[in-house]
Design a protein around this ligand. Structure first.
Ligand SMILES: Cc1cc2nc3c(=O)[nH]c(=O)nc-3n(C[C@H](O)[C@H](O)[C@H](O)COP(=O)(O)O)c2cc1C
Length: 247
């Protein structure tokens, strides 16, 4: 154990914040630190848009199915997959960019996710909490319009940041039993069902306590119900329009 692993092990998503603003100095430290994430081929195929404007946060909150913390956080960030700079680099060198492969999209998504987690960890090192927000993908066109995104970009996920309201810090959600997620040398399926059955009990007990009995199911029931329902998120059309070919 050390300071870094202690910090990582104490993670929980924070959705309730005090009124305290995040200073420019702290924000600059968080964001410039996050840029040190590794990046496939050093493409650095991401952008971060910071949003403090209350009206914009309100609009984004509506897009995110009314999640209140999107409007109530000190700063909302949008993490984009971004090949616009690569397009400019190609033009500068009299070349044309080719992002027709689905792999290009995956590369950008991994780059953006790595930077995103760096932001969250750097923020936490300053005593700030946050939660990532995938719901911005409910209406990519509206988000892109609001943020004036150029071609070859698309919004991947958002993040709320703010100083945690001390009385509203949730308990930590139990994680999957380690043997179901981490394997040595080869993937092991043995005992997975038994481990998941144990996890169902542990996680159900966690959710029952966290919701005062409103939610009594555990991870296996929740995730299979969630994944079994259509979520009707239309990504492909927008991503194609932004210049990705997904071949
Ligand atoms: C890419 C991504 C998108 C997420 N989107 C949302 C969201 O829209 N709303 C929300 O309340 N939490 C969201 N979360 C937070 C997860 O629900 C949370 O990380 C997970 O339940 C585990 O809980 P913990 O972070 O407190 O340990 C998202 C997390 C990730 C990584």
């Amino acid at each position: 154990m050390n300071n870094v692993t202690d910090l990582l092990r104490s993670h929980r998503s924070i959705r309730k914040y005090t009124e305290e603003p995040i200073s420019e100095e702290v924000l600059e430290d968080i964001l410039s630190t996050s840029q040190w994430a590794p990046s496939s081929h050093n493409t650095q195929a991401y952008s971060i848009i910071t949003i403090k404007d209350q009206q914009k946060k309100q609009k984004l909150s509506t897009i995110c199915r009314g999640q209140k913390y999107v409007a109530n956080c000190a700063i909302f960030l949008v993490f984009c997959v971004d090949y616009y700079r690569v397009h400019l680099a190609a033009e500068m060198n009299d070349l044309s960019m080719n992002i027709e492969e689905t792999n290009d999209l995956v590369t950008g998504a991994v780059d953006a996710a790595l930077v995103g987690e760096n932001v969250l960890i750097a923020a936490r090192s300053h005593g700030i909490g946050g939660v990532m927000i995938g719901e911005i993908r409910n209406n990519l066109a509206e988000v892109a319009d609001l943020l004036q995104l150029p071609p070859f970009t698309f919004p991947l996920f958002g993040m709320c940041l703010g100083y945690p309201e001390p009385t509203e810090i949730p308990g930590q959600k139990p994680r999957l039993p380690t043997p179901t997620a981490i394997h040595s040398e080869t993937y092991k399926t043995e005992n997975m069902i038994e481990e998941l059955a144990k996890y169902e009990i542990d996680s159900a007990s966690y959710y029952t306590k966290r919701t005062n009995g409103l939610k009594t199911t555990g991870w296996t029931k929740q995730i299979s119900t969630y994944m079994g329902n259509r979520r009707n998120i239309k990504l492909k059309e927008f991503i194609l329009k932004q210049g990705f070919d997904l071949k």
